[in-house]
Design a protein around this ligand. Structure first.
Ligand SMILES: [Mg+2]
Length: 302
């Protein structure tokens, strides 16, 4: 396969030095692996878009169990007659529907829901700050443990992440990271997991001016700046947005139905949503790397 220069090359020296003592994840051919588009285009990929949380990083796992109860509290404080259980179902639906977009969109929806129940909503930015403070009680400790060497980066990633990124870099593909989390945190957490160097300058996240970032805009940038065609795009994600956008652009989308707590198996709820979004392949993690590369036409001898 023709080797192209990518951002990875510029960081190659640092990359080798930085490589943590990663526990190699043993391949397991019995893991679930579902191909939904058997005739998907193979081998012609030049650029790959990754979502971050739930797709590569597990640092923010359990965020749903922070965001949803916070929103249920805000809605319970209105004059609504709905029970907490009823509110939970409604909140979960819109939180997960908007997952993959920037957090502010979930908070804008919350403000609308409070308003619709006769309450006086806070500014969505204030809801976002409150959510961040609550989430940081868990996430901040994990980041500190990683930075101070009390935890290993590969224990906080989807299994097989490092080997996958290494393989894609070695094949000359350009890697892009795009997350709905605020950019400064995405950068810091990617560095903390020692994954930042795989992406070079191509790390994107939510900005204060929320209209200036979206995954669709990052895909547009990939197409315009790199001159890649839609069908040369590959994406990995555990949320609706990245799958839908890459399929819309004509690329191939791998849905990562990761089980974030157990770090094994398939999360069936994610799986069903990813299929609805148009995923071409469903996997739970990257432990069947050889099979995955083979399927995508990226095996060394394909
Ligand atoms: Mg995600």
């Amino acid at each position: 396969m023709l080797r192209r220069r990518t951002a990875c090359d510029a960081h190659l020296g640092a990359w080798r030095k930085l490589e943590p003592r990663s526990k190699t994840v043993p391949p397991d051919p019995t893991l679930p692996f579902e191909v939904l588009r058997p005739d998907l285009p193979r081998g012609g990929f030049r650029a790959v878009l990754f979502d971050f949380d739930g797709t590569l990083s597990l640092i923010r796992r359990n965020w749903q169990n922070v965001m949803i109860p916070m929103m249920v509290d805000a809605l319970s404080a209105t004059a609504t007659r709905e029970t907490r259980e009823e509110l939970f179902v409604k909140v979960e639906e819109f939180v997960m529907r908007l997952n993959g977009r920037q957090t502010i969109y979930q908070m804008m929806q919350l403000a609308d829901e409070v308003h619709a129940r006769g309450g006086s909503p806070l500014d969505p930015l204030d809801y976002k700050r409150r959510y961040h403070d609550l989430l940081w009680e868990q996430v901040g400790k994990r980041v500190a443990d990683l930075k101070q060497g009390r935890a290993e980066p590969d224990d906080w990633t989807v299994p097989g992440t490092r080997a996958l990124l290494t393989a894609l870099c070695e094949r000359g593909l350009s890697l892009f990271l795009a997350s709905g989390t605020d950019l400064k945190y995405v950068r810091d957490e990617a560095q903390t997991l020692r994954l930042g160097h795989f992406f070079g300058p191509h790390i994107y996240g939510a900005l204060d001016d929320y209209k200036s970032f979206s995954k669709a805009l990052v895909i547009r940038k990939m197409i315009d700046e790199m001159g890649v065609r839609g069908e040369e795009l590959l994406a990995f994600g555990d949320g609706f947005v990245e799958i839908e956008e890459v399929r819309r652009a004509g690329g191939v989308a791998v849905g990562v139905a990761s089980e974030e707590e157990r770090r094994a198996g398939i999360n069936d709820w994610k799986r069903r949503r990813l299929i609805r979004a148009g995923a071409d392949v469903i996997i739970g993690d990257y432990r069947r790397l050889d099979d995955l590369l083979e399927l995508l036409g990226l095996a060394v001898n394909s």
